[in-house]
Design a protein around this ligand. Structure first.
Ligand code: F3S
Length: 770
């Protein structure tokens, strides 16, 4: 089918410079002799010095540090505040690369799109005004509240095969659906690209995922990634890119691939990507980017947009799509994957009630035209026998373009006809911005087509068990209201005494009549030019925004080791960025470091005693150890100028790119975090803010250190003097005076050592510009 392109875009700034990238790659091939995977091609063609040898003949993947030049930056409204505050302190007149801001996270879902949007615009006015004025000043494209969710807008407007992009959100990899590398980072990393500083990434390993076979009718790309999350676990992708290949890739729609790439974040992958396919070309045409498609066709003909024949992966995972069935993952972790056919039994075994309290579809993960027309097909089937949904059923369109196209094509009216409430084009319940009017006081379950399901994530209620599934499974189950309902095999009894069974859903990849733009006042006007005279106003008594004070270097006065650090607490078990810096109501303080720091680790478990949000202060003025909240003790340390450290468990900081999870401990005086292991993005974020991340060489040492102990680095001075692999030991002085040493590991590159030395990456960038 041909699709009338509606939003014909000026593609100059959004077409990757393929001839330059291909030339860069030919430079790189002079010193890298092996066949290249697609991910390597994209990475290496974006090296800041492609002619320079990467690893002096040694291994690159998993070891070398790459200095990269991303082509674009995208930021959402919550993380953009801190990114811009940091960018402002670098003192540049404009952004070095095209950058966009998307207002999506701050819009709270209460009772429907129109009023929610109006209310949120009023309640966040100060922040939206700040973002808009900064966008004008520095030449950034500003997508107003109502325009949609960052990842959907990037896919519709900016993503292009072979591109390298950074986004200040952990689901930035969504754009990988268009065959590019899109990487979620903290604001400080985005500032590298925005200031034209090469962005450093430890070369990831590449996992090849070979897809063969065909998905059966009830099974969607979402099920592929839910299945894979179960296989790989939340840690399986750490330090790795997932590169899909094989015939199964070519059957999927571009937006289906985007869903798979989106949720690569759930296994901790750096990002995910796919070779260029005809469906990507069709999507580029349908979204008004024919020139990008033509340029990509020619780059693909030169072999740039797929792996070399015979390229080797660090691991290959084979998946036969024909054998997949739908999955339901959760609760509380995205890797607890249960096939739909076993889910009823699982619910029974757990002793949970066989019911759920709401179904939610859409979000950045699953709101494509294909998703929405598939669920509308199910709604139509149900409506034809007089059924409406048994539970509240909410739908979040990913963008204004999707919303308007859904409305024009009667998708919206079909969903509303069975009881759905269509929310604003924004994150809403996906990020905890959901003011639930039927908040439950007892254990309850919800089903969502979203991507993440940590405790309290959606409605802020720890008692809500959140399960992830495809939009079609969520929708079909919403008509039954039972967790044990399997729409593939079970029927719903009708008042007439007959039984109704769904046929497999059928949707449409792209709208036959093309996309429609909807309300264009939400969109950026033209490609913006910096307006240096624009004043960025932050009121002195603002509770939402605060200018940043640079962190001081821990090495002042000629010191070459960190000052002695007091252990604030030993954190037990899973500690995601949601635990370290909670979202929900705290989102409103994203631009105010002092205020948001009040939420530091408030849902973390103290391994000494097992309580949540309790820490011990062994130096209270009266000499008696006392307990307080975790931010309470951190504040006491800060007021005493007592540098401190945390001892943490495995995969510390998993979950998101939330840099506040690094900024807040640093703000209170944290100098080092000692972990059994770190999640990649968070580890880098710590380094950027001048916090030293150290790994236990022997994980058993974790329990030998407790609150009040003092840790001193030994060997850091060598690292500072330029010995890259220098080992760092820690001298541990226990509260009772016992002393011992332990061995640690680290991943600090020479450049990252400079950040530590300067007190933060930003201090270092600034010193380079002086
Ligand atoms: Fe928004 Fe992130 Fe969900 S971008 S829609 S919150 S995963």
């Amino acid at each position: 089918a041909t699709h009338a392109p509606l939003l014909e875009k000026n593609c100059d700034s959004i077409t990757p410079p393929y001839p330059v990238l291909i030339e860069n790659l030919s430079q790189v091939r002079k010193h890298i002799k092996h066949k290249l995977t697609l991910a390597e091609k994209i990475l290496y063609s974006h090296l800041s010095e492609p002619g320079k040898s990467l690893a002096d003949g040694g291994k690159i993947r998993g070891q070398a540090y790459l200095q990269l030049r991303p082509e674009r930056v995208a930021m959402q409204d919550a993380s953009a505040q801190m990114a811009l505050l940091q960018f402002m302190s670098a003192g540049l007149p404009q952004c070095a690369v095209p950058t966009s801001i998307h207002c999506d996270h701050l819009i709270q879902a209460v009772d429907g799109a129109k009023t929610d949007l109006e209310r949120s615009i009023v309640s966040n006015k100060e922040v939206f005004d700040f973002l808009e004025s900064a966008a004008h000043k520095y030449g950034i494209e500003f997508w107003r509240p109502g325009s949609g969710i960052i990842h959907q807008i990037v896919l519709e407007n900016y993503a292009a095969p072979g591109m390298l992009m950074l986004g200040t959100d952990s689901h930035t990899p969504n754009a990988g659906g268009l065959g590019m590398l899109a990487i979620g980072v903290g604001g400080a990393d985005a500032v590298d690209a925005m200031t034209g500083t090469p962005w450093e990434l430890k070369a990831p390993e590449i996992v090849g995922i070979h897809l063969k076979g065909r998905l059966s009718p009830w099974v969607s790309p979402k099920d592929l990634i839910l299945h894979l999350a179960g296989k790989l676990t939340v840690r399986g992708g750490t330090g790795r890119i997932l590169e899909y290949f094989g015939p199964g890739v070519f059957d999927q729609s571009c937006t289906g691939l985007a869903t798979v790439a989106n949720m690569g974040a759930e296994v901790g992958a750096t990002t995910s990507t796919f070779p260029y396919t005809p469906n990507m070309r069709a999507y580029l045409h349908a979204t008004g980017r024919a020139p990008v498609a033509r340029a990509a066709d020619s780059a693909a003909a030169q072999g740039f947009l797929s792996a070399d024949e015979g390229a080797e992966y660090d691991q290959v995972i084979e998946i036969n799509l024909s054998e997949l069935e739908p999955y339901i993952n959760g609760p509380f972790t995205p890797d607890l994957a249960t096939p739909l056919s076993k889910f009823g039994e699982f619910v029974k075994d757990q002793g949970w009630k066989d019911e759920f309290s709401a179904g939610l579809i859409g979000s950045c993960t699953n709101s494509s035209y294909q998703d929405m027309t598939s669920v509308a097909d199910l709604a139509r089937q149900a409506k034809s026998v007089g059924l409406t949904t048994k539970v509240p059923f909410l739908c979040t369109p990913g963008s204004e373009q999707i919303r308007a196209t859904m409305e024009r094509d009667n998708v919206t009216s079909t969903l509303e006809g069975v009881g759905a409430v269509v929310l604003a084009n924004a994150c809403g319940p996906c990020i905890g911005q959901w003011k639930r009017d039927d908040q439950k006081a007892e254990e309850n379950a919800i089903l969502t087509s979203f991507n993440r399901n940590f405790k309290s994530r959606n409605d802020g209620n720890r008692l809500t068990m959140n399960f992830l599934a495809s939009p079609t499974i969520v929708t079909a189950m919403a008509f039954s209201g039972k967790l044990s309902f399997n729409p593939m095999t079970d029927s719903i009894p009708l008042p007439s005494g007959e039984n109704f069974r769904f046929s497999a859903p059928s949707g449409q990849d792209l709208p036959s009549a093309g996309f429609t733009l909807g309300e264009t006042s939400f969109y950026p006007t033209t490609t913006p030019k910096p307006q240096p005279d624009t004043e960025i106003v932050i009121s002195k008594d603002s509770q939402r925004l605060e200018l940043l004070e640079p962190f001081s270097s821990p090495f002042e006065g000629g010191r070459r080791e960190l000052p002695p650090l007091k252990v604030l607490m030993r954190v037990r078990g899973k500690c995601t960025t949601d635990h370290i810096s909670a979202a929900g109501p705290w989102l409103k303080y994203k631009g105010h470091l002092t205020n948001i720091s009040e939420n530091l680790l408030i849902t973390a478990v103290n391994d000494e005693g097992g309580e949540v949000n309790v820490a011990f202060d062994h130096d209270a003025p009266d000499g008696v150890a006392s307990s307080d909240t975790i931010p309470g003790v951190a504040k006491r340390f800060k007021s005493r100028n007592q540098p401190w450290t945390l001892v943490v468990d495995d995969n510390y900081g998993e979950g998101s790119a939330r840099e506040h999870a690094a900024l807040q401990p640093r703000f209170y005086g944290c100098g080092m975090i000692l972990a059994r292991s770190f999640a990649r993005i968070h580890e880098t974020n710590l380094k950027k803010q001048g916090v030293l991340p150290l790994w236990f060489a022997d994980k058993a040492d974790y329990s030998r250190i407790g609150s009040g102990d003092v840790l001193e680095t030994i060997g850091l001075s060598e690292l500072l003097s330029g010995t890259p692999g220098a080992e760092i030991k820690l001298k541990v002085t226990k509260l009772d005076g016992d002393v011992f040493e332990i061995q640690t590991k680290h991943t600090m590159s020479p450049d990252q050592v400079k950040w530590l030395e300067a007190g933060s990456a930003l201090n270092h960038i600034r010193s380079q510009m002086d």
